[in-house]
Design a protein around this ligand. Structure first.
Ligand code: SAM
Length: 203
C-alpha cells in the first residue's frame, strides 16, 4: 500500500538511531523507517495488527515487534511516529513518557487540542503540513523539545498557516463553504473567523 499520506509520513522521518512506530498496524511505515533508523520498534496494542506488520517487514532484521499500549515497555527512542489516531489519544500516549523524542504525528481528529498539548508540554512544532490523499486531507506534524506559544489560528489551522500551500488552501476553501452552511453559532462564527484569517495568506 502506498498512499500520499504514508509517503509524507515516511518522508518526514529523520535519520536516527532508534525509532518507534506506535500503532504500526500494516507496518509499512516501520518497514520504510528501517532504512532510516538503526533499530525500529513496531508497536501496536493489537496482536492482529502486529501480525500484519510482521508480514510486511519480513526480512528486516532491525525491526523489533512489541505488543504495547503506546510507548509502554519500549526503550527511550530518538524518534516516535504516532499516526492514524485521534489527537487526544496521541497526547495521552505522549503524556505517559518522561522524555521528549522527535515526533512525527498524524492526528486524524482533535488536531487543535494536540497542538495545544504539545505547546504546553515543552515541545516546539517544527513542521505542520496538510497532505492531500485522494479527496481527503491529513495533518502531519513534526515536533521536538522546545518552547512555543501558539495563537488561536495556529492552534486551529496549523502553526505555519501563513506559508502558502495548495493543499492547505483547498482544505480551507472547502471548510469555509461547509461552515457557511451551518447555523451562525458563536463557535461556528469563531471557526469561520480563523479559516478566513488563514485564507488571507494562501494566495
Ligand atoms: C488507523 S491505524 C493507523 C496505522 C498507521 N499508524 C497509519 O497511520 O497508517 C491505528 C492503529 O493504532 C493502534 N492503536 C490504537 N490505540 C493504540 C495504543 N494505545 N497503543 C498502540 N497502538 C494503538 C490500532 O490497533 C491500529 O493498528
Amino acid at each position: 500500500m502506498s498512499t500520499d499520506r504514508i509517503a509524507a509520513i515516511i518522508d518526514f522521518i529523520p535519520a536516527c538511531k532508534t525509532l518507534a512506530d506506535v500503532g504500526c498496524d500494516h507496518g509499512f511505515v516501520a518497514a520504510a523507517a528501517a532504512k532510516k533508523a538503526d533499530r525500529v520498534y513496531a508497536t501496536d496494542i493489537s496482536e492482529e495488527c502486529l501480525a500484519k506488520a510482521r508480514l510486511n517487514c519480513m526480512g528486516l532484521n532491525n525491526v523489533v515487534f512489541v505488543l504495547s499500549d503506546g510507548l509502554d515497555g519500549v526503550e527511550r527512542v530518538d524518534c516516535a511516529v504516532i499516526c492514524g489516531m485521534g489527537g487526544k489519544l496521541i497526547a495521552e500516549i505522549l503524556s505517559r513518557i518522561d522524555y521528549k523524542p522527535y515526533l512525527v504525528l498524524g492526528p486524524q481528529k482533535n488536531v487543535d487540542s494536540l497542538r495545544a498539548f504539545l505547546s504546553k508540554s515543552g515541545y516546539e512544532i517544527v513542521r505542520d503540513e496538510v497532505v492531500k490523499d485522494g479527496r481527503k486531507f491529513y495533518d502531519i506534524i513534526c515536533a521536538r523539545e522546545g518552547r512555543q506559544t501558539l495563537d488561536e489560528t495556529q492552534l486551529k489551522e496549523g502553526v505555519f498557516y501563513k506559508t502558502p500551500s495548495p493543499a492547505r488552501r483547498e482544505r480551507l476553501e472547502r471548510k469555509l463553504v461547509f461552515f457557511s452552511t451551518l447555523p451562525p453559532t458563536e463557535s461556528n462564527l469563531q471557526t469561520i473567523y480563523h479559516i478566513k484569517e488563514a485564507l488571507k495568506w494562501q494566495n
